[in-house]
Design a protein around this ligand. Structure first.
Ligand SMILES: [Mn+2]
Length: 450
């Protein structure tokens, strides 16, 4: 059954591949539209790479999310092929009205409706494959190019899978197929080691404090605590993990396993890559920093293989973002959250903190800053609207909570909109509905767990 589903998805992706090839060979400039997160950037990067390698031309636009007005705008543009990556499925009915060809490469839950003849709709959910766990937007995009002799791009597809948090003690479903191809065609190596961030490029205390997944209680987001931890076990905190003696590495390994056993496990590296990008999760976090700083071109350049100046600029953005995140964790540890019966929420109007709420919510749940029995809702004001970032845990999802549908339904009933994944979702609502939204969401989540 699983095989059959995968087979159907791969067939649909091959249809997309044929259309893409046709337009490249016709010399058409291909319009790529993708999402501004690491998965979206690597998805766009995969398509851009494939087109580039075939001497084709493309034009990329990266969006925080696809809105009605964007779709209307694109429809009026005179491109012969649009490729929507990591987005587009919910707009299928509007996209059906495009006069051009369209490829949708998405892994979010699609709306109703069938694709018209000019549209190839590639989405795992259509074939009964769980798009929040088994394949990312970049994975879906990879499937659409792999039959053009592009299996060496498989590592980028896993960068997106990691960034979308699809790795849990291993990859499953289509991701595991992509993993095998990455090992065979993209020089990817897998071995057991400490899964701390940037361990080939940053001093250990920073590596520890910057490690978000798996989180390290008492260390993640806290530079001082990380320094104290290392001093206590007699290790100098200022050197890189990769420069420690073997014995010292073992000491740290044992100590960190005591904090969180998941910190030791499979790491995925491309040894020939620059140290900062060698680890696929680090690559994702650098793309994430590009996205958050709206340096989309930089993110795409990295995916296209530019290094040196581009990499230097991207690492600077990552450092800036990490410093902000450390401040964000300081803020939430100081201020805490507001507890309702079935959810907890935090609210900020600070222009930096409000960009970090989704990450703080997710990581904070995993390292015990928040009560892990309730979803965390981050709220921030943008003019007349409130942006909502919701995060929950696997366990709460298993109890019946689906943040994507909950946020969407509640937002819609107050004139907003929302969506995402069961474990991580977002919404936008009018500011004046803040309290009504929270009360109804609290009720909806309460019902889902009963
Ligand atoms: Mn995605």
């Amino acid at each position: 059954m699983t095989q059959k589903k995968q087979h159907s998805l791969l067939n649909r992706a091959d249809e997309a591949c044929a259309i893409l090839k046709k337009h490249i060979s016709q010399g058409n400039i291909i319009r790529i539209v993708s999402h501004n997160d690491a998965d979206g950037l690597s998805a766009a990067g995969i398509i851009a790479n494939a087109i580039n390698e075939e001497d084709g031309k493309f034009h990329v636009t990266i969006l925080p999310r696809l809105k009605d007005e964007n779709v209307i705008q694109f429809r009026s543009e005179r491109y012969k092929l649009f490729v929507f990556c990591d987005m587009g499925s919910v707009f299928l009915n509007d996209i059906n009205n495009f006069k051009s060809d369209v490829i949708i490469l998405d892994h979010h839950i699609p709306g109703e409706g069938e694709a018209k003849e000019n549209v190839v709709h590639v989405n795992p959910h259509i074939f009964g494959i769980e798009g929040s766990k088994e394949i990312s937007g970049s994975g879906t995009s990879y499937l659409a190019v792999r039959e053009m002799n592009k299996k060496h791009l498989a590592n980028l597809a896993l960068v997106g899978a990691f960034a979308d948090m699809q790795f849990h003690d291993g990859f499953i479903g289509v991701n595991s197929l992509i993993l095998e191809e990455a090992k065979e065609f993209a020089g990817l190596e897998v071995h057991n080691d400490l899964k701390i961030a940037s361990k080939n490029s940053e001093p250990i205390y920073k590596s520890m404090a910057y490690t978000l997944n798996p989180g390290l209680s008492g260390l993640t987001g806290d530079l001082e605590a990380s320094i104290m931890f290392l001093e206590k076990i007699g290790l100098s905190y200022g050197v890189k993990f990769s420069d420690l003696e073997g014995e010292e590495q073992d000491v740290l390994k044992d100590e960190l396993i005591n904090v969180n056993p998941k910190i030791f496990g499979e790491v995925f590296t491309t040894p020939k890559e620059s140290p900062e990008l060698r680890n696929l999760e680090d690559f994702g976090s650098i793309l994430d920093a590009c996205g958050k700083n709206k340096k989309f071109g930089l993110g795409i350049s990295l995916c296209l293989g530019e290094r040196e100046k581009a990499l230097h600029a991207a690492v600077n953005l990552q450092n800036k973002y990490r410093n902000q995140l450390i401040k964000g964790f300081d803020w939430v540890r100081r201020e805490g959250v507001v507890e309702l019966e079935n959810i907890q929420y935090m609210y900020s109007e600070d222009k930096i903190i409000k960009t970090l709420l989704g990450t703080i919510a997710g990581v904070g749940l995993s390292i015990g800053i928040f009560d892990s029995s309730k979803p965390v809702i981050g709220m921030s004001r943008f003019h007349k609207d409130i942006k909502i970032s919701g995060r929950t845990t696997r366990r709460i999802v298993e109890e019946g909570v689906n943040l994507s549908t909950a946020l969407q339904d509640v937002a819609v009933s107050f004139g907003g909109q929302g969506g995402g994944h069961d474990i991580a979702a977002g919404a936008m609502i009018p500011f004046k509905e803040k309290d009504n939204f929270l009360n109804l969401l609290d009720e909806v989540i309460g019902k889902e767990t009963k």
